[in-house]
Write a protein that binds this ligand. Structure first.
Ligand code: NDP
Length: 280
């Protein structure tokens, strides 16, 4: 009984703490959002815009970025600019950060969110695809973090890394993607320790998301599973709040936190449940 009460009290405190978010805290903030031409990144850009931030967005498709930047301006962004970049190219992550810093005159918040396309299917033995996806979903994050950290130190800024439940728990059909997200969690989790040990003024948040209703995710899972998908706009707001309140780790939707907690308690039953959640 005592344990149940303690768990309840901790959850309540966590919820109340999250609610301390003040949108004014990001007004005028200089923000770079990656993977912002569509999906969750686009929604992140719109929320920052509504809160009056100065936003630079990046992805590959210029036409889509132009549209998102124009929407950001109408929603109230102090600035809404874009830089095109292909994160599969080794020089682009650093170049995009440099250009964003030039355009904004510094940087307060970096949101690392982009991902490359990958099939939702049994692994077919294609090692090159795993390597390419590592560059896109993981190594480019490392390169951008490396370029941005000195600038974020000057502004006592924040870095937000968008990760996935699939970087915590393995499931079928996502081997290359899961590998990149486990790498992201491992690298940035280690970086959190190092920033704390150096008493750095940069805050680093890792957000873990469950299934979100972006077009790309919905197209992939169709016919494989009918799990509930949560709204991209809510996920985006969650990401912003987690970063602004300097949470180390955050989970959306909230129940996936408990999935992570219980992950290793009953591995046999966990794997049966996971495998039976998919049609094959
Ligand atoms: P989308 O596929 O909808 O968007 C991906 C974004 O990345 C697009 O803006 C795309 O733009 C950009 N991108 C793709 N390839 C490149 C490239 N080579 N260089 C630069 N940018 C590129 O993804 P989601 O919005 O669904 O996911 C966003 C984040 O949320 C990811 O980190 C993902 O892992 C995480 N997440 C999502 C979940 C979901 O169910 N949707 C669940 C858990 C986590 P463009 O094509 O113009 O380059």
């Amino acid at each position: 009984m005592k344990t149940v009460f303690l768990i309840f009290a901790v959850c309540l405190m966590a919820v109340l703490w999250r609610d301390t978010f003040d949108p004014e805290s990001v007004r005028n903030a200089r923000v770079l959002v990656t993977g912002a031409s569509t999906g969750i990144g686009e929604q992140v850009a719109y929320h920052y815009a509504k809160m009056g931030a100065q936003v630079v967005i990046t992805a590959r498709r210029e036409y889509a970025l132009q549209k998102v930047a124009a929407n950001c301006t109408s929603l109230g962004a102090q600035k809404a600019l874009y830089v095109t970049g292909d994160m599969s190219q080794s020089s682009d992550p650093e170049r995009v950060v440099r250009m964003a810093v030039e355009q904004l005159g510094g940087l307060d918040i970096l949101v690392l969110n982009h991902i490359g396309s990958t099939p939702f299917a049994m692994w077919n033995g294609d090692g090159d695809h795993v390597r390419e996806l590592m560059q896109l979903n993981f190594l480019s994050y490392v390169n951008m973090a490396s370029a941005a950290l000195p600038v974020l130190e000057q502004s006592a800024g924040s870095m937000i890394v968008v990760s996935s439940l699939l970087g915590k728990i393995t499931t079928p059909f996502v081997g290359p993607y899961a590998a990149t997200k486990f790498a992201v969690n491992g690298f940035f989790g280690s970086m959190q320790h190092e920033l704390a040990m150096q008493r750095s003024n940069v805050s680093l948040t890792i957000t873990t998301l469950g299934l979100i209703d972006t077009d790309s995710a919905m197209d992939k899972i169709r016919g494989y599973t009918n799990m509930t998908a949560y709204p991209a706009s809510d996920a985006a707001l969650h990401i912003i709040k987690a970063g602004a309140t300097h949470q180390k780790e955050s989970f959306y939707p909230g129940y996936i936190y408990f999935a992570c907690l219980c992950r290793d308690w009953f591995p046999f039953f966990r794997d049966i449940i996971i495998q039976n959640s998919y049609t094959y």
